[in-house]
Design a protein around this ligand. Structure first.
Ligand SMILES: [Fe+2]
Length: 353
């Protein structure tokens, strides 16, 4: 906490230091009268500002496009496009640029309208140069303050995101530990989720998944069977053939698992867990989607999960030889498994040329 406060303070101090030399900033004087532009440039240059000039709206927009303008002094009455028409374009294209409207006394209502449309201030012609100078200073200070507030907000948002990430990591780590503990209780499933994760990541790698998708796949794989916490152990370890009801009961673990992790993980991971027993051809139990509608992570998990199940002893059979497993996975390409994932699997286990 102290560290956080120190960081916050250093950010504010750093910004405070940036704020002082506002004279370094560039101003744009937009006025169709050359004499007025000259007068303003002389005064403002003496105060240390850099000055650009434009004699119409088009020139003003060109200058804004090419130079970092902190503030525009915008004449309301100009031939072609008026300052009133140009103001919304400046505000939408360059929201960080302050605008001071320059107006004749008779334009006061228009000036007030401009303030409503986002102008920072207005000054009346003929100019009182000291008043103008103060108005510029005030508008630039307000602009700095807005930058500071925005940066501080960003800093806070990053902090919250960082801490949310930490909490999420801790939570997922705890669930992972719980999965390992659950699996360790059972001699048939000990280490299953870890092995499935290794296989799934190898397949993901072969399929060229992005770093983010690989991270999601890692969590989806580690947690895919968390729903087994709700499954009757006697049914799960039954040595003989399962009845339809028993099979249906076991298969609820996919949905239960998705619901357990839903509050803390991305939708992608939840979906992966929810669909990890879906068949590619749509013929799995109570399945609602098929083919490429099944999330890729779930299609990868299906192959990795089946591979690890077949390579391990089960209460009702011994581990199968690798050649039989490969044949079985090949046989199920296009029905239970996504053929693309099966191809990646065959490459991974070195079974293709
Ligand atoms: Fe499962």
């Amino acid at each position: 906490m102290e560290q956080a406060n120190a960081n916050e303070q250093s950010i504010l101090m750093a910004k405070g230091n940036e704020k002082a030399p506002s004279q370094r900033e560039t101003l744009l004087i937009v006025d169709d009268e050359a004499a007025i532009r000259k007068l303003l440039r002389q005064k403002l240059s003496r105060e240390g500002y850099r000055c650009e000039e434009a004699n119409n709206a088009e020139q003003a927009l060109n200058t804004l496009e090419t130079s970092p303008i902190a503030l525009v002094i915008l004449d309301i009455k100009m031939p072609d496009k008026s300052g009133v028409e140009l103001l919304p374009e400046i505000k939408s294209g360059y929201p960080d640029t302050a605008v001071i409207m320059a107006t004749a006394i008779s334009d006061m209502n228009v000036a007030i309208q401009c303030l409503k449309q986002g102008a920072d201030d207005y000054i009346c012609k003929p100019f009182n140069l000291e008043e103008l100078s103060l108005a510029i200073q005030k508008a630039l200070e307000k602009r700095h303050l807005q930058f500071e507030i925005r940066e501080y907000q960003q800093y806070l948002e990053e902090k919250v995101e960082e801490q949310t990430g930490e909490i999420r990591k801790l939570f997922l780590g705890s669930i992972e530990a719980l999965v390992s503990a659950l699996e360790a209780k059972d001699k048939y499933t000990g280490g299953h989720s870890r092995r499935v994760t290794e296989i799934a990541l190898a397949l993901g790698n072969e399929l060229g998944l992005s770093a983010q998708d690989m991270e999601d796949l890692r969590w989806g794989s580690l947690l895919h069977d968390i729903g087994k916490i709700a499954i009757d152990q006697i049914i799960q370890n039954k040595p003989g053939k399962l009845t339809r009801e028993e099979y249906e009961h076991i298969m609820t673990h996919a949905h239960v698992g998705a619901e357990i992790v839903r509050p803390v993980v991305d939708e992608k991971i939840t979906e992966m867990i929810e669909h990890h027993h879906d068949h590619y051809d749509g013929n799995g139990l109570h399945q609602v989607i098929a083919g490429s509608d099944i999330p890729l992570g779930a299609r990868i998990l299906a192959v990795a999960d089946a591979f690890d199940a077949m390579i391990s002893d089960r209460p009702y059979r011994s581990a199968l030889p690798i050649t039989d497993i490969v044949e079985e996975i090949k046989r199920c390409a296009g029905t239970q498994f996504d053929p693309v994932v099966v191809t990646a699997f065959l490459k991974t286990v070195g079974m293709t040329k």
